[in-house]
Design a protein around this ligand. Structure first.
Ligand SMILES: [Zn+2]
Length: 130
C-alpha cells in the first residue's frame, strides 16, 4: 500500500496510545474512497453540464462554420466532464478526509497494529492536560 504523505498536515508527533511507538501511519480509507466516488459523481455531474458546454462551444464555433461548431461543441463537452470530475474528486477527498479524521480510526501503529482516531487522540491529550 503506497500513500502520498506530502500533503498530510501533521502538526504534532503522533504516539501510539497502546505502546507509545512513534511509528504511526494514516490509513485514509475514506479519503481514497471519497476521491474515487467524487470523481465519478463529479464526472457525471459534469457530463450533465455537457449540453451547456456543447452549446457554448458551438456558439463560439459558429464563426468557424460547421467544422468549427463540431470542434467547439466537442471541446465544450470535454471541458465540462473534466472540470466536473476534478471538482468532484477534490470535494470527495475533503469529505472523506473529514470522515477519516472524525469517524474512522484513521491512525494505525506500525509497531503493534493498534488503530485509533484523531478524535480520541485529541480527547486523550485534553484529559492529560487537565
Ligand atoms: Zn502501538
Amino acid at each position: 500500500m503506497t500513500h502520498n504523505f506530502q500533503n498530510l498536515a501533521k502538526p504534532v508527533q503522533l504516539i501510539c496510545p497502546a505502546c507509545r511507538s512513534q511509528h504511526i501511519e494514516t490509513l485514509d480509507q475514506a479519503k481514497e474512497i471519497g476521491g474515487a466516488v467524487g470523481t465519478m459523481v463529479g464526472t457525471a455531474a459534469g457530463a450533465g453540464g455537457i449540453l451547456t458546454g456543447t452549446e457554448a462551444g458551438m456558439a463560439i464555433g459558429v464563426a468557424g462554420g460547421p467544422v468549427g461548431m463540431a470542434l467547439g461543441g466537442l471541446a465544450g463537452a470535454l471541458v465540462g466532464a473534466l472540470v466536473g470530475g476534478t471538482t468532484g474528486r477534490t470535494l470527495g477527498r475533503n469529505i472523506g478526509a473529514s470522515i477519516d479524521e472524525h469517524i474512522l480510526n484513521n491512525y494505525q501503529c506500525k509497531s503493534c497494529g493498534h488503530s485509533f482516531s484523531g478524535k480520541s487522540l485529541i480527547a486523550n491529550t485534553a484529559k492529560t492536560s487537565l
